[in-house]
Write a protein that binds this ligand. Structure first.
Ligand code: ZN
Length: 195
């Protein structure tokens, strides 16, 4: 089932999410989340974006796996092809490496893309969809997708990472998003819909 994605301005996007009880059956939620994310052509989706205030997010980095024209696919790109995962009750244990800029967007904030600087490497522990506990390391774009989604379950949005001037310049656009004054081709629920 495709669920509506909540827009910027929804209070739940600002809440720190809670853990699921271990072994909670989540098959239906997870399949709805993938269906919703693919319908919106996203590479990640977190619980609060569909109104679930719990520590869960899903990712599928395969859209990033195709090399630019004339470029050789490197190991990192090839790994993204298989980067389809469910993270339940995750904890980023460590972030390391250099800060690097990457243009981020967000299904809850359509129409806005901005460079965000984050560290290049992470170590994360989490449960997968089978409630297996895992600890893994990621780098580059895979790490970036995780960092963005992880922020969601902490109540943080990518626009929070921009400098104050940039944020001020974006304020009108963000207000428009919360009011539904934005072109979007997937199902959304706007916080302050004005007709
Ligand atoms: Zn997002």
């Amino acid at each position: 089932m495709i669920l509506p994605i909540l827009s910027f301005g929804a209070p739940i996007l600002r809440k720190e999410c809670e853990d699921f009880d271990e072994n909670t059956p989540l098959e239906n939620l997870i399949s709805d989340m993938f269906e919703t994310m693919y319908a919106a052509s996203g590479v990640g989706l977190a619980g609060p974006q569909i109104g679930i205030g719990k520590r869960i997010f899903i990712v599928d980095g395969s859209p990033f796996a195709d090399p630019e024209e004339g470029e050789q696919p490197d190991e990192q790109l090839l790994a993204l092809k298989k980067f389809k995962k469910v993270f339940i009750n995750p904890i980023i244990e460590e972030e390391s490496g250099d800060l690097w800029p990457f243009a981020e967007g967000c299904l809850s904030i359509p129409g806005i893309r901005e460079d965000v600087e984050r560290k290049s490497n992470i170590k994360i522990s989490y449960y997968n969809e089978n409630w297996q506990f895992l600890e893994e390391s990621y780098q580059g774009i895979a790490a970036r997708i995780i960092q963005h989604e992880y922020d969601h379950i902490e109540g943080v949005l990518f626009t929070d990472h921009l400098n104050p001037l940039k944020r001020r310049l974006l304020k009108g656009k963000l207000d428009d998003v919360s009011r539904g004054k934005v072109d979007v081709n997937y199902k959304m629920k706007f916080q302050n819909l004005k007709r």
